[in-house]
Design a protein around this ligand. Structure first.
Ligand SMILES: Cc1cc2nc3c(=O)[nH]c(=O)nc-3n(C[C@H](O)[C@H](O)[C@H](O)COP(=O)(O)OP(=O)(O)OC[C@H]3O[C@@H](n4cnc5c(N)ncnc54)[C@H](O)[C@@H]3O)c2cc1C
Length: 287
């Protein structure tokens, strides 16, 4: 009983410090922590039910959380839930909504008028097409960046002016909105447990995710970190900054360690990994 009261008291203190914290994203967006249930203590508490024990010292709690995450014993992390209010451009929402393990309620453009707010990237974000990561952007802004930004702004103004004109004719909102751009901001309440949130963050904080999505994912991470610091530390060590190696890659690493073959480049070339795999391996071990 005492242990349960301790967990509840700790969570109440965390709520006081963290509820309603908001981080602004992009030009008009934000992520705000609306509510949460649980903390590092709830993970430990749930895990120890398996052994018939409660929380013990902070050092042992930390070791247990790290063990659970390392061993992918993930269900205790589902005991913690976070609810966010997010304001995001629709193109981000389309990527975000692919994460099916969330519960969400979105602003309805059928019921309410869409506010005239669109995302306009900064000039330096108007970069060239990446030819390696074919979904990405890379390097400097394109020469015509200023023209592109101006034209995007004009298009957004025109599309919203037309939207207003359509509404004035009596056209329904659900049809009037059809030509609004992907840059239009939407809002939702989004709730997810910590196990699935780590999966989401691992994918969306990754440099391969679209930069705008990375900004939102990093904001979410900043909001949850003070509430589950031990879990976040383990997440960074065993997921975010960890790498996964195939059987063939492990074979190579064993040879490196054993010093069987001094010429590393030659060894990778003759490893049987295809060209793409070799590049990925080099990236993973930072050659
Ligand atoms: C950098 C990047 C680029 C991407 N590019 C594209 C793209 O070009 N086109 C595109 O369509 N998508 C793309 N995606 C989306 C991607 O394919 C996934 O849909 C998205 O990342 C969600 O991952 P998830 O399904 O693991 O997550 P969640 O939906 O949150 O699911 C979490 C886990 O639950 C399980 N799960 C959930 N639902 C099911 C189910 N119905 N059946 C079986 N298992 C389930 C799976 O184990 C899954 O990993 C991209 C994602 C990233 C990060």
């Amino acid at each position: 009983m005492k242990e349960i009261i301790n967990v509840i008291e700790r969570e109440a203190a965390l709520k006081k410090e963290n509820l309603d914290r908001q981080i602004d994203c992009l030009d008009h967006g934000f992520v705000r922590l609306v509510d949460f249930m649980g903390s590092d203590s709830s993970i430990v508490q749930a895990a120890r039910v398996s052994y018939g024990k409660g929380t013990t010292s902070k050092r042992r709690d930390k070791a247990l959380i790290r063990y659970l995450l390392r061993q992918r014993h993930t269900s205790p992390f589902e005991q913690v839930e976070f609810k966010f209010h997010c304001k995001i451009p629709i193109f981000c929402a389309r990527q975000w909504v692919r994460h099916r393990t969330a519960s969400l309620n979105e602003y309805s453009g059928r019921y309410s008028e869409m506010p005239n707010e669109c995302y306009i990237p900064e000039l330096e974000r108007l970069q060239i097409q990446d030819t390696v990561n074919k979904q990405g952007s890379v390097g400097e802004q394109v020469e015509e960046a200023a023209w592109i930004k101006g034209t995007m702004q004009e298009e957004q103004t025109m599309l919203f002016a037309n939207y207003d004109s359509y509404l004035k004719t009596g056209l329904s909102k659900e049809v009037a909105r059809l030509n609004l751009p992907l840059s239009t901001y939407t809002q939702w309440y989004w709730k997810m447990d910590l196990h699935n949130l780590f999966h989401f963050l691992g994918l969306r904080m990754h440099p391969h995710a679209q930069l705008e999505m990375q900004e939102y994912a990093k904001a979410i991470y900043e909001l949850i970190k003070p509430i589950v610091p031990l879990s976040c530390e383990a997440f960074e060590d065993y997921r975010l900054n960890a790498r996964y190696f195939s059987a063939q890659e492990m074979e190579l690493i064993r040879s490196f360690v054993n010093g069987n073959q001094p010429d590393v480049d030659c060894m990778i070339r003759n490893s049987g990994l295809n060209e793409q795999e070799q590049k990925e391996f080099n990236n993973k071990i930072n050659i």
